[in-house]
Design a protein around this ligand. Structure first.
Ligand SMILES: Cc1cc2nc3c(=O)[nH]c(=O)nc-3n(C[C@H](O)[C@H](O)[C@H](O)COP(=O)(O)OP(=O)(O)OC[C@H]3O[C@@H](n4cnc5c(N)ncnc54)[C@H](O)[C@@H]3O)c2cc1C
Length: 491
C-alpha cells in the first residue's frame, strides 16, 4: 500500500517568532499559496515557550525584536510571557491558527528532481505516528539550538554533588530556591537575566565564570524616546515606527564604534559598572573580557540590576575554573572551594542545524558542510529551500522578516517565469574564490557556534556567498536582489 502524503504549496518548519512572521507575509502577499507550519512542540513561540528559568526575558528591545507590522506598546524589554502574548495576538489577528500543525516534528526531507517537490517525514509526537507531507517550497524557521537541552561542559564528578544540579535550558516545573545557597555557572545573557531574580529569594548567589562578559545597563535610550513620543501622541503605530528607526540608528553607531574604537567602548562599558560597584571592586578581573566589545553578544542587565545585587552583597562573583565537583559543591583550579545547595549551569546551547532534519536529494544524503551559503538564506545544490537565520548583534526578527519577503519575491518570480525549481550555483567569477568557514570566528565566536562550525555550510570570499550580520547593509541589498542574476538557476 502506498503511503498517504498530504500535499501543500509551502511548508514552514517552526512556529517561533520567525515562522509566524513568515505566515503573516504569506497571508498578506501570497494569498493564493496554501501553506502549513509544522511545529514539533505543542504550542507556538519556540524560544519564548520553552524557556522557564526565573526572570526569562528579551535582551533586545521589542521595538526591533517585535514585528515591523505590529506595534509594541509596553516597556522595551519584555518577559517571555509578554512575548508569547504578542505572538499569540499576531496569530489570532491574522488567522494563522489553522495553518499550524503542532506536535509535528520533521525528521527527514527529500527533494525529488523528477517531481520537483519536497517530501517530509514527520513524527506526530503525541500520536506516535509517522506522517508524510509534500510541498513545492520549504522554509526553515527552526531557530538555532535544540529546545529543552542545554550544553554541559565535560566537568569531573558532577554525580558526586549532593545538592540539585540544573541547566537553565531544562528548568524543572517546581524548584524551591528560597533561602538556598546557589552557584550559577556562566556569565552570559542567561546568567545576567536569572541571577538578580534568583537573588531576591535565595540566601546567596555566586556567579562563577571562567572568563568575563561585557554588559550594557540600558537599551541605549529606547525608554526615553518612547516616553517622549507618548507625551506627544497616542498613535502607537507611529511611535513604534519612529522608535524602531531611532534604535536601529543608535545600535548601528554603537556597533561601528565597537569595531573602530573598541578600547574606548570597553572603558565606557566598564565605567557603567564602576559607577555601581565603586573603585574598590576588581572590575578589570571580573568584567573586562579578552575579546573586543560585540565579538560576542553583549549581555543586558537593565538598570544595572546584576551589579546592584552584587553591590548589596546578595551576589558574589568568582572568576576561576572548575577543577571538579564534590559533595558540597565545586572545587576550583585555584584550590578554593564553593559550597551550594543548588548549582545552576547557564552554559549555553547545543546548536541545531536546520532543525536536525536529515536532508537528501533523490534519496541521496546531503552533507550541509559540503554546501556554500548564498547570503545566509540558501545553499548550493539544495533546491527550493529558504533558511531563516536572524541577526546576532541586532534583533533576530529584523532578518526573519527580510527573508520571508525575499522568499515571497522569489516564489512570485518563479511563477512569472513558470519555473518549478530554483537552485543557487557558484558563478564563473566565484570559481576561484576562497572557501571559508560559515562565519569568521574573529567576527563572532560564541561557544555554541564554535562547537558546531565544522558541521555548518561554508561561506565564500565573494560577498554573495557571505552570511552577513549587518542589518544596515542587508536592508538595502536583500530586497533588491536581481533574481535574474547568474547565481540563480531555474528549471
Ligand atoms: C532566553 C533567550 C533569550 C533571547 N533573547 C533574544 C533577544 O532579546 N533578541 C534576539 O534577537 N534574540 C534573542 N534570542 C535568540 C532567539 O532564539 C531568537 O531571537 C528568536 O526567538 C528565534 O526565533 P525563531 O522563531 O527563529 O526560533 P525558535 O524560537 O528557536 O523557534 C523555532 C521553532 O522551530 C521548531 N522546530 C525546530 N526544529 C523542528 C523540526 N525538525 N520540526 C518541527 N519543528 C521544529 C522548534 O520547536 C521551535 O518552536 C534569545 C534566545 C534565548 C534562548
Amino acid at each position: 500500500m502506498s503511503k498517504k502524503i498530504i500535499h501543500t504549496d509551502i511548508i514552514v518548519v517552526g512556529a517561533g517568532i520567525a515562522g509566524i512572521a513568515s505566515a503573516y507575509y504569506l497571508k498578506k502577499k501570497r494569498a493564493k499559496s496554501r501553506f502549513f507550519i509544522l511545529e514539533a512542540l505543542d504550542s507556538f513561540g519556540g524560544t519564548w515557550y520553552t524557556h522557564k528559568y526565573p526572570g526569562v526575558r528579551s535582551d533586545s528591545d521589542l521595538f526591533t525584536f517585535g514585528y515591523s507590522f505590529k506595534s509594541w506598546n509596553d516597556a522595551p524589554i519584555a518577559t517571555a510571557s509578554e512575548i508569547l502574548k504578542y505572538i499569540g495576538e499576531t496569530i489570532k489577528e491574522n488567522n494563522i491558527q489553522n495553518n499550524i500543525k503542532y506536535n509535528h516534528k520533521v525528521l527527514k526531507a527529500d527533494w525529488s528532481n523528477s517531481e520537483k517537490k519536497w517530501t517530509l517525514m514527520v513524527e506526530h509526537s503525541t500520536k506516535k505516528q509517522i506522517l508524510y507531507f509534500s510541498c513545492n517550497f520549504l522554509q526553515m524557521c527552526q531557530g538555532y539550538y535544540r529546545q529543552n537541552q542545554g550544553y554541559i561542559p565535560n566537568w569531573k564528578n558532577i554525580e558526586n554533588f549532593d545538592g540539585k544540579f540544573i541547566h537553565t535550558e531544562e528548568w524543572p516545573n517546581k524548584l524551591n530556591y528560597s533561602n538556598k545557597k546557589i552557584i550559577v555557572i556562566g556569565s552570559g545573557a542567561t546568567a545576567a537575566t536569572t541571577i538578580p531574580v534568583l537573588a531576591k529569594k535565595a540566601k546567596h548567589v555566586t556567579m562563577l565564570q571562567r572568563t568575563p562578559t561585557f554588559y550594557r545597563t540600558s537599551t541605549i535610550g529606547t525608554e526615553e524616546i518612547a516616553n517622549t513620543l507618548r507625551n506627544i501622541t497616542d498613535d502607537s503605530e507611529w511611535i513604534h515606527k519612529i522608535v524602531r528607526e531611532q534604535i536601529l540608528i543608535n545600535q548601528e553607531i554603537f556597533i561601528k564604534r565597537c569595531v573602530e574604537e573598541p578600547e574606548k567602548v570597553r572603558l565606557e562599558l566598564l565605567e557603567e559598572i564602576r559607577n555601581v560597584l565603586g573603585e574598590q571592586f576588581d572590575i578589570e578581573k571580573h568584567f573586562s573580557p579578552s575579546y573586543r566589545p560585540w565579538q560576542q553578544r553583549i549581555a543586558l542587565t537593565p538598570d544595572a540590576e546584576l551589579f546592584k545585587s552584587i553591590a548589596n552583597q546578595d551576589v558574589s562573583v568568582v572568576t576561576d575554573e572548575i577543577e571538579s565537583f564534590n559533595k558540597n559543591g565545586i572545587l576550583l583550579k585555584s584550590g578554593k572551594e564553593l559550597s551550594a545547595d543548588i548549582i545552576i549551569a547557564a552554559t549555553g546551547f547545543n546548536m541545531s542545524i536546520l532543525g536536525d532534519i536529515e536532508f537528501s536529494i533523490d534519496k541521496k544524503f546531503i552533507n550541509l558542510s559540503d554546501t556554500i551559503t548564498y547570503r545566509g538564506m540558501m545553499f548550493t545544490s539544495i533546491p527550493n529551500l529558504i533558511w531563516t537565520f536572524g541577526y546576532f548583534r541586532q534583533a533576530w526578527t529584523l532578518r526573519a522578516e527580510m527573508i520571508a519577503n525575499f522568499m515571497i519575491k522569489l516564489i512570485n518570480h518563479m511563477d512569472f517565469i513558470d519555473a518549478k525549481k530554483i537552485t543557487v550555483k557558484l558563478r564563473k567569477k566565484d570559481q576561484n574564490m576562497k572557501i571559508l568557514p560559515w562565519i569568521r570566528e574573529e567576527e563572532f565566536n560564541p561557544g555554541y557556534l564554535s562547537r558546531a562550525l565544522e558541521k555548518m555550510p561554508k561561506s565564500g570570499s565573494n560577498i554573495e556567498w557571505v552570511h552577513n550580520q549587518n542589518y544596515w547593509y542587508e536592508k538595502d541589498i536583500i530586497p533588491n536582489i536581481d533574481l535574474n542574476s547568474e547565481e540563480f538557476i531555474y528549471e
